[in-house]
Design a protein around this ligand. Structure first.
Ligand SMILES: Nc1nc2c(ncn2[C@@H]2O[C@H](COP(=O)(O)OP(=O)(O)O)[C@@H](O)[C@H]2O)c(=O)[nH]1
Ligand SMILES: Nc1ncnc2c1ncn2[C@@H]1O[C@H](COP(=O)(O)OP(=O)(O)O)[C@@H](O)[C@H]1O
Length: 403
C-alpha cells in the first residue's frame, strides 16, 4: 500500500533529530522530504506557538540553506506528514489542527517560486493553504477611470462582507480627500516602491496615469489568510501580469455605455484636476481597445444602469440568488483527526486514522484527490477533492467514489 517514504537519511536524522511523517509516530513537529538534490526539513518545536520552520540540505554542496519563506507560515503543531507532489510542491498534513488549517502546500519549484528565486537570487519557498473545490478564485476588476469599478466593488463588499476582501494596492499617487492609508491604498513614495519591487514583494505592478501602482504579495495573502475571496482593482497591464501568474483569477473588464458618459462620471466625482481628467480620458481610449480585444479578460460587463451591472457581476461570480447562500456556507476546511498516518498512490493521498479492527467496521480512511490542483502561492491552492471511505482495495480506483 502507498509509496515508500520520500526519504530516510540517517545522517540527517542524527544531525537534527527529525523523523519522516510517513506512517510513523514521532515526538516533534518535524518532517523532511527530498526532491532532487535537496532535502526540505520542515518543522518546529512540539506544541510551540512559533511558526513551522523550513531548512534545506543541499546534497550537491553538502550545505544547509535557510530559504526566504513566503506566505503565511503555519504554527507548530502535534506533528506533520509530508509528501512531494510533482517535484514542485510538498503537501503537508498538520496533525490535530483545526479543519481549516490542516492541509498546506510548501511550494519549492512552482512558477511563483521560480520567479521569486530569479528576482531575489536566493532560495525561496512559499506556503499556500489547501482548500476544497474551486471556490475562492481571486477576482480582477479592470476598466477605465470613472467607469464604476470602485462603486461595484464597494457594493460587493457591503453585501458579502465575510466572502470578499479587497487587495489594498500600493500607489505613488497622492491620497484623495476621503481616502485612508492602508484601507484604499498603501500610499508610498516612488523610490521605496521601486526598491520593494526589486526585492520581489509584488505580484504585479504598472505605471498608470503617470503614477506607479502595484499589488503586493502580502496584500493578496492578508485576504486569503482571512478566508476571503480576493478582489483586485487593477489596470489592464496589471491584469495581463495576473493572467500570466499562478493566481488563476477571474478577470472582468468594465466598459462605460459611452465615452461621453465616462467623462460625465469622471467629472462628477470631482477628485481629479482638469489635466488629470484629460489624461485619464486619453488613456481610457487605449484601455477600452485593449480590454475588449486582448483576450486577457474572461468577461466584459457594461456599466450602464448600476443595479443591472451589479446583478450581472454577481451572476458571473455565481453569487446571485440561492447560489450566494450555498457558497457562503460551503465548508472550506477538512476535518482530520489528530492521530493518523499518510501515504500516497498516484494522485491520491490516503490518510489512515483507524486501527485494523476499526477499519473493518467504519470509515477510517480519508482520500485527498490532488489530480486537479489549481492556483497556489501567493493565493490558496484550490481543487482538492476530499472524501472518506472505509477500506483500501487492491486497485485504488475502487475507492474513487465520494461517499
Ligand atoms: N496594475 C495595477 N493597477 C492598479 C493597482 N491599483 C489600482 N490600479 C489601477 O490604477 C488606475 C487608477 O486608479 P485610481 O488612481 O484609484 O483612479 P480611479 O480608477 O479613477 O479611481 C485604475 O485603472 C486602477 O484599476 C495595482 O495595484 N496595480
Ligand atoms: N452605472 C452608473 N451610473 C451612473 N453613475 C455611476 C455608475 N457607476 C458609477 N457611477 C459614478 O461614477 C463615478 C465614478 O465611479 P467610480 O466607482 O469611482 O469609478 P472607478 O473606480 O472605475 O474609477 C462615481 O461618482 C460613481 O458614483
Amino acid at each position: 500500500m502507498g509509496e515508500a517514504p520520500a526519504f530516510i537519511v540517517d545522517d540527517l536524522q542524527n544531525q537534527i533529530g527529525f523523523e519522516n511523517g510517513f506512517g510513523s509516530k514521532f515526538k516533534g513537529c518535524k518532517t523532511a522530504t527530498t526532491i532532487g538534490d535537496k532535502t526540505y526539513v520542515i518543522g518546529g518545536n512540539d506544541e510551540s506557538t512559533l511558526p513551522v520552520e523550513v531548512r534545506i540540505f543541499d546534497k550537491a554542496t553538502g550545505n544547509w540553506v535557510t530559504p526566504i519563506v513566503l506566505g503565511s507560515k503555519p504554527n507548530s503543531c502535534k506533528g506533520l506528514s509530508a509528501i512531494s507532489l510533482n517535484d514542485d510542491r510538498i503537501l503537508i498534513v498538520k496533525k490535530g489542527s483545526a479543519p481549516d488549517d490542516c492541509i498546506l502546500f510548501l511550494e519549492v519549484d512552482t512558477w511563483f517560486v521560480r520567479e521569486q528565486k530569479k528576482i531575489r537570487g536566493t532560495e525561496v519557498v512559499a506556503w499556500s493553504k489547501g482548500v476544497r473545490g474551486d471556490a475562492e478564485k481571486p477576482v480582477v476588476i479592470s476598466g477605465p477611470s470613472g467607469v464604476g469599478k470602485g462603486t461595484l466593488i464597494s457594493m460587493l463588499m457591503k453585501e458579502f462582507p465575510s466572502m470578499f476582501g479587497f487587495s489594498v494596492s500600493h500607489t505613488t499617487r497622492a491620497p484623495r480627500g476621503m481616502e485612508k492609508d492602508g484601507v484604499h491604498y498603501h500610499f508610498t513614495e516612488q523610490s521605496i516602491m521601486e526598491k520593494e519591487i526589486k526585492d520581489g514583494k509584488f505580484v504585479e505592478y504598472a505605471s498608470v496615469h503617470g503614477n506607479l501602482y502595484g499589488t503586493s504579495i502580502e496584500a493578496v495573502e492578508v485576504v486569503t489568510d482571512a478566508g476571503k475571496r480576493c478582489i483586485l482593482d487593477i489596470d489592464v497591464q496589471g491584469a495581463r501580469s495576473v493572467r500570466a501568474s499562478s493566481l488563476e483569477a477571474i478577470l472582468i473588464f468594465v466598459c462605460p455605455p459611452s465615452m461621453e458618459e465616462l467623462e460625465t462620471r469622471l467629472r462628477s466625482r470631482r477628485t481629479e484636476t482638469e489635466e488629470q481628467i484629460l489624461n485619464r480620458l486619453q488613456n481610457a481610449e487605449v484601455e477600452m481597445k485593449q480590454g475588449k480585444s486582448s483576450g486577457i479578460f474572461d468577461h466584459i460587463l457594461y456599466n450602464d444602469n448600476l443595479d443591472d451591472c451589479y446583478e450581472s457581476l454577481k451572476k458571473l461570480l455565481g453569487i446571485d440568488g440561492a447560489a450566494a447562500a450555498t457558497q457562503i456556507s460551503a465548508p472550506q476546511g477538512i476535518d482530520l483527526p489528530a492521530d493518523h498516518s499518510v501515504s500516497k498512490m498516484d494522485n491520491k493521498i490516503i490518510i489512515n486514522y483507524g486501527t485494523p479492527e476499526l477499519e473493518k467496521t467504519s470509515k477510517s480512511l480519508i482520500v485527498l484527490d490532488v489530480s486537479s490542483l489549481k492556483g497556489g502561492a501567493p493565493g490558496r491552492t484550490r481543487g482538492l477533492d476530499v472524501y472518506a471511505t472505509d477500506s483500501f482495495s487492491d486497485d485504488l480506483n475502487g475507492i474513487n467514489q465520494p461517499s
